[in-house]
Design a protein around this ligand. Structure first.
Ligand code: MG
Ligand code: MG
Length: 271
């Protein structure tokens, strides 16, 4: 999750010591997603999933970087939960609720972050609740695959636009769209570091992000958000939940990835 903001700072190169903490944070995130996958069933509330995630964070002395995250609207409420749970047409930033009972056929996106000893892991996954439609299954497949082939571009002889174009082309060739108003990001001591990693390349050249070359020690949260309809979004009255403007279905997959001399190392790998 990250709304586009223009404030270029240098891209952090993590030291070995820092990477040990990034790996530890990533492992906690992976454990949470693995655990929640088992629990995300019809009849379960999104609040119960949130409480479970917080328990696992507590076990490691970790915290959620989402809890208390400032709103993009100046006087908007801070994010009130440990994870984001977004259902069906909700894309990202859904707030877990006691009354949000998951039902057969729902498409649930869970976004998990862990801050461990000052370093952050960030990952999201899409879970079918019971049996979902063929369209939802195809959307999940395309989005997960776009993340995988995007991550494969994380090589020291490649650049940011290679990654972005790979994701965008793959999705659009399958008749779906990437969300344009939210994007991936560098991650480390802050949840949102440089570079911004949109999932599309603007037609206007000067609106594209700097086409930086990948360097060992960069840690990136790569996160395609894909929709079956149009890519325009709206924010609900809770001032957090982002939905598709046309109420089409959305999927979201994200990993925190380290650039190494030997290619990508996924720090949040769990399946
Ligand atoms: Mg993220
Ligand atoms: Mg995330």
């Amino acid at each position: 999750m990250y709304k586009h903001k223009e404030r270029p700072r240098p891209i952090e190169i993590k030291s070995r010591k820092e990477l040990a903490l990034m790996r530890a944070a990533g492992k906690i995130v992976a454990e949470i997603l693995n655990d929640l996958q088992e629990r995300a069933r019809p009849g379960v509330t999104t609040r119960e999933l949130d409480e479970r995630a917080q328990k696992i964070l507590d076990k490691y002395g970790a915290t959620s970087p989402f809890m208390g995250y400032p709103n993009s609207q100046e006087r908007g409420p801070k994010f009130p939960a440990s994870i984001c749970t977004s259902v069906n047409e909700e894309i990202v930033h859904g707030i877990p609720r006691k009354k949000r009972v998951l039902k057969e056929g729902d498409l649930l996106k869970i976004d998990v972050g862990a801050n461990y000893a000052g370093y952050i892991g960030d990952s999201a996954w899409t879970f079918p609740i019971g049996n979902v439609s063929a369209k939802a299954q195809e959307l999940m497949h395309v989005t997960e695959e776009s993340l995988a082939i995007g991550i494969a571009q994380v090589q020291t002889n490649k650049r940011l636009w290679d990654l972005i174009a790979t994701i965008q082309d793959y999705v659009e060739k399958r008749g779906m769209n990437v969300v344009r108003e939210y994007q991936g990001h560098g991650v480390g001591r802050e949840m949102h570091e440089e570079p911004s990693i949109p999932n599309f390349l603007d037609e206007e050249f000067d609106k594209r992000p700097a086409n930086i070359q990948f360097k060992p020690g960069m840690t990136l949260a790569i996160e395609p958000m894909v929709v079956t309809g149009t890519w325009e979004t709206q924010v609900l009255g809770d001032q957090w939940t982002v939905v598709t403007a046309d109420h089409g279905l959305a999927a979201h997959y994200e990993h925190t990835v380290l650039v190494t001399d030997n290619g990508p190392e996924i720090l949040t790998l769990w399946k």
